[in-house]
Design a protein around this ligand. Structure first.
Ligand SMILES: [Zn+2]
Length: 445
């Protein structure tokens, strides 16, 4: 074993066994031991005394639209990974759409990796995409190392990424199941969306009515049925409808291999507070009522929902028009996800351990990254150092996102990220970044 190079000492280290005072030893970018707080510092090792700031495992955000290459005016690897690092995230997994090309063939994945290689401030992995006509590409993408495949069951918002009908879903899912892969799904049923009133205009209530809960509930029920039939592993993306929770709980109880995520905006923002015309709050499925939100929190607490990811999906400001029907749908929140979720979690009586479980441990498990997601010997030395009781007011100008339109503007949030560490190196502290040190990850890493 190599000599200890670095010791991070804090009165509050979040470990799988709970929060305790500890000294975390690091060598060669890995955690080698979690020692008692006052353990002697090995000779030659550098001590970082964090005082009462909390040391937590770096967050793993498995749902980010980086849009690079092709729509880099919306975001890009340089800006997205800096924003993520500033928010305590040390690994992100990039969604296969909104970049051009989309990640739907091995060649396209190669292109994306080349673009990301020297811009990644944190570790970056890739999802592949399942389209109606790329079943033959799924296995090669899997073998090349994507973490799984994303499919839409209703129009995605971009022409180059068409959705799957039920037959196409069955075909793709059977192929993915044949090599033990994971399908992650945007679950809204297109027929229910078509049947809903499509009023358009600036009123949030009209937008909400256009994306009803039963569109989600129906698509999730169909997905569960297919997963059950094929014994396939599936994951529901960005769950918003609390009405789907009973059927999710039942499917899990029945042994269906199903996991579910939700997002900071569904947990911290409510339909009641969205001003008319404020399309920075538009995403699909939509932010729903506060009573719906309470049930999402309950489901997180009882494990029906597994994890929390940002679904960071920005665009340029001009696409965020005041008409909810035509405005770009996507919420920008990468840099703020930890603080936003922690602020609401805290108010509802949850601990930081819970936030770490939802935003780091479970997301690492979702993509099989055993070396991430916990502070324990053998894992990568990826950390966020957080002052959980300190507040800040969200100033869009202070965000590292390429576009600073955000639904969180002006909110006062708990949790200031003091620094973020990747494999034992401090990659950002107080707004100062090192050169990019992120790696491109594959499923077998
Ligand atoms: Zn998304």
């Amino acid at each position: 074993m190599s000599d200890v190079e670095l010791v991070l000492r804090s009165t509050r280290v979040i470990t799988p066994e709970g929060t305790r005072a500890a000294s975390v030893e690091v060598a060669d970018g890995r955690i080698t031991a979690v020692q008692p707080y006052d353990a002697p510092v090995a000779e030659g090792a550098r001590l970082e005394d964090l005082g009462d700031d909390v040391l937590l495992p770096g967050l793993v955000d498995t749902h980010v639209h980086v849009n690079d290459p092709g729509r880099t005016e919306w975001e890009g690897f340089w800006t997205a990974t800096r924003a993520a690092a500033a928010g305590g995230i040390t690994t992100l997994v990039d969604m296969p759409l909104n970049s051009l090309p989309p990640t739907t063939t091995v060649d396209n994945l190669r292109t994306k990796r080349e673009v990301a290689a020297d811009k990644a401030h944190i570790d970056v992995g890739f999802w592949g995409g399942a389209l109606p006509d790329n079943v033959k590409d799924l296995r090669p993408l899997h073998e090349f190392g994507v973490f799984g495949f994303k499919a839409f069951l209703s129009p995605s918002g971009v022409d180059e990424f068409p959705h799957l009908d039920q037959d196409q879903l069955a075909r793709s899912l059977a192929e993915i199941a044949s090599f033990g892969g994971l399908l992650i799904v945007h679950a809204e049923d297109p027929h229910h969306l078509e049947a809903a009133p499509q009023q358009g205009g600036p009123k949030y209530a009209d937008f909400l009515a256009s994306r009803p809960r039963d569109a989600e509930d129906t698509a999730i029920a169909q997905l569960i049925a297919q997963a059950k039939r094929l014994d396939a592993r599936v994951h529901v993306l960005h769950l918003s409808s609390s009405d789907a929770l009973p059927l999710i709980a039942q499917a899990k109880a029945d042994g269906v291999r199903l996991t579910v995520e939700t997002c900071p905006h569904y947990l911290t923002l409510t339909a009641e507070e969205v001003p008319d015309g404020a399309s920075e709050f538009k995403c699909c499925p939509p932010i729903r009522e506060s009573a719906n939100q309470d049930l999402l929190w309950q489901a997180l607490a009882d494990g029906t929902i597994d994890c929390v990811v940002t679904d960071h999906s920005p665009s340029t400001a001009d696409l965020k028009t005041a008409d909810f029907a035509t405005a770009w749908g996507g919420i920008s929140g990468l840099q703020l996800s930890l603080a936003a979720v922690w602020t609401e979690a805290r108010r509802r009586g949850h601990g930081l351990e819970d936030v770490v479980r939802w935003m780091s441990s479970r997301t690492s498990e979702l993509v099989g990254l055993d070396r991430k997601g916990a502070i324990e010997a053998g894992r990568d030395a990826d950390f966020a150092v957080l002052a959980p009781d300190e507040t800040f007011t969200v100033d869009p100008a202070a965000l590292q996102h390429r576009n600073r339109v955000t639904a969180y503007a002006g909110k006062t949030l708990y949790g200031v990220v003091r620094s973020t560490w990747l494999r034992g190196e401090r990659i950002v502290a107080d707004g100062e970044f090192t050169e990019p040190k992120g790696r491109l990850l594959t499923r077998t890493d």
